[in-house]
Ligand binder design. Sequence first.
Ligand code: BG6
Length: 296
Amino acid sequence: MSTLPPSVRLETGRGGLPVLRVSALAATAEIYLHGAHVTSWVPMGQRPVVWLSAASRFDADSAIRGGVPICFPWFGARAGHPEGPQHGFARLSHWELVDTRDQGDEVVVQLRLTDSEATRASDWPYMFAATFTVVVGAQLSMTLEVMNRDTTEFTFEEALHTYLAVGDVRATEVSGLEGTPYVDRPTGPDPVPGEPGTARFTDLTDRIYLATAARTTVRDVAGGRAIGISKDGSDSTVVWNPWVDNARAMADFGDDEWTGMICVETCNVRDDSVLLEPDQSHSMTARLEVSALSTP
Ligand code: BG6
């Protein structure tokens, strides 16, 4: 890795973990090499858009709570292997920094994870290269590209598990998923018909919307802004808020923090898993942008 541009500093972050601090003209961001985890994106003049728990752990053995965990190569518990780490090994792995550069007003950061002795010994033993490219600017663009370097095909799930900061989740709605069937994880496993209206939050919400490439918009009424999430190469969207009891049950999540966040996750999970032949690759991109709230 050549020298960093002045817009990027590699520093020791929380828990002694290495962190990239990015200052683009229109935004700042922080990316931990542990998990290739974006923990902050603050467009100029805005409050933080990406939410981070004040109770998060920062150590090499734990996933960071908040930001944008990368779930790969499976989502949730590994089917048939509940002993495997929830949401896969990517968010618990150290990613190698491969490139940082200025690109006009934006800053590009690229990190890579490849198979290791530990991953080859896991229940997902394949040879792969995953490249995560973050473009920091007035928009935040995140692309996860997975390449099959093995001699056999493989299937994987993936999620850019994006935690978004909102003024009050009880006064927030998510549009773009109207009429889309979803798996309600607490009651699942079969998909239920989509609802006609925008998604609103009155209780634990943990939904996998399937077969949707739609752009979603988070209308943060209490915060007076809208967050748009557009995506490419992604056929599922997960929406999650833990609500009261599940927030209390998580040691790395403040008891009252659930009111200030909503996860809208750009994914390929369950029936939308990706099958790759040797030498093939697949890219999935999520792009976030913020605007003032317009009246509906
Ligand atoms: C969501 C899942 O994506 O992630 C939820 O749909 C899960 O079921 C949540 O509780 C948080 O997962 P974790 O492993 O980070 O606590």
